[in-house]
Write a protein that binds this ligand. Structure first.
Ligand SMILES: Cc1ncc(C[n+]2csc(CCOP(=O)(O)OP(=O)(O)O)c2C)c(N)n1
Ligand SMILES: [Mg+2]
Length: 345
């Protein structure tokens, strides 16, 4: 099945997009690694990483109408956010809490948002983005049904994509949102990035079923499990989910099986709850190296281009860090900005 999925995805995407996908995954990884280093150097206060999740995230992002469809990410979605169009500088500004950060330097880093790209900021309590994404999907459907927008107009948002971890599916908000999405047949995609831990709590302490996707049946929606370390398979299932949403056929729950290859955050020590052997086993399944190997094998990528891309990405990360370090702190008054919508009329 995986080979067939890869073939279909590759044919649909074409070589230049496949290369773009690889570049975004690499950019995310190198930006992420730099962020850890900056934390260890005492330059930033906190970092939460997406390392290991890049295939699930970038594969999904490339399946939707990026910058138009609504995206309501979670804190691990660095690669997803970059794939939609947030820049390394946007991310560095948030790490350094500098002026120009979309939250005015108030928000904890990794609460990704950018209004111009329809990327909506989440809140710190896990899973709260899911009912909000269902609300966005409801609004999309309502506007279409009221004749305010043409359901086939691709210049308008036609779905809402949201993500969360498997541990967060224990929250009531998730169940309420999925039920609502099922009842109203909402144009929504919910991607559960199952990395088998919620900080130190393993998945078997969170649920008595094997797959999160098994629960889809109870909400009357489509549920699918995918190898989240396979970017092409992740793209393919998200592509099918997006077509389902665009065609008025409702919500898809995608469960992407993956692993975070680093601790939960810069404040966590994962040695207390998982073995080094387990981590090494998953590091060997690195999604970026796996895709690189596939691209080399297909002769879409060359060893020389791998090196060039590394240099380009490093320069981009260097430039973003320098821009954030040079940026001023936000003005104190900025703390009051963008808290409430302006009063109209
Ligand atoms: C309602 C709520 N409870 C607890 C927390 C603290 N917390 C932050 S992330 C996290 C783990 C979530 O794990 P999972 O959903 O599997 O996502 P992952 O971090 O593994 O990607 C917890 C418990 C929180 N932010 N919100
Ligand atoms: Mg998890």
């Amino acid at each position: 099945m995986a080979a067939a999925q890869q073939e279909r995805a590759a044919a649909r995407l074409g070589e230049s997009t496949l290369m773009e996908i690889y570049r975004v995954m690499l950019l995310s990884r190198r930006l992420d690694e730099r962020s850890w280093a900056l934390h260890r150097q005492g330059k930033i206060a906190f970092h939460i990483s997406g390392m290991g999740h890049e295939a699930a995230q970038v594969g999904t992002a490339f399946a939707i109408n990026r910058t138009v469809d609504y995206v309501h990410p979670y804190y691990r979605d660095l690669a997803l956010s970059l794939a939609i169009g947030l820049t390394p500088t946007d991310f560095m500004l948030s790490l350094y809490a500098k002026q120009g950060d979309t939250s005015g330097g108030r928000q904890m880093p990794s609460h990704f948002s950018k209004k111009a790209l329809n990327v909506v900021s989440g809140s710190a309590p896990v899973a709260t983005q899911v009912p909000q994404a269902a609300g966005l999907a409801f609004a999309i459907k309502y506007r279409q049904q009221m004749g305010l927008v043409d359901p086939n107009d691709a210049s308008q948002p036609r779905l809402a994509l949201t993500c969360l971890g498997e541990g967060s599916t224990s929250q009531g908000e998730w169940h309420e949102a999925m039920n609502w999405a099922g009842v109203h047949k909402l144009p929504m995609i919910c991607v559960v990035q199952n990395n088998i831990y919620a900080i130190s709590v393993s998945v078997d302490q969170q649920m008595a079923v094997r797959d999160v996707a098994d629960r889809a049946a109870a909400y009357g929606i489509e549920g699918v499990v995918v190898d989240g370390n396979d970017v092409l398979a992740s793209y393919e299932v998200a592509h099918e989910a997006a077509q389902r949403a665009y065609n008025g056929d409702g919500t898809t729950l995608i469960e992407a099986k993956t692993y975070r290859i680093v601790p939960h955050s810069s404040d966590d020590d994962d040695r207390s709850y998982r073995t080094r052997e387990e981590v090494a086993e998953w590091k060997a399944k690195d999604p970026i190296l796996r895709f690189q190997k596939w691209l080399l094998n297909e002769q879409i990528l060359t060893d020389a281009r791998v090196q060039e891309l590394e240099a380009e990405v490093k320069a981009e990360v260097d430039q973003a860090q320098a821009a954030a370090e040079a940026a001023p702190d936000p003005a104190p008054e900025a703390a009051l900005g963008d808290v409430y919508a302006p009063v109209e009329g």
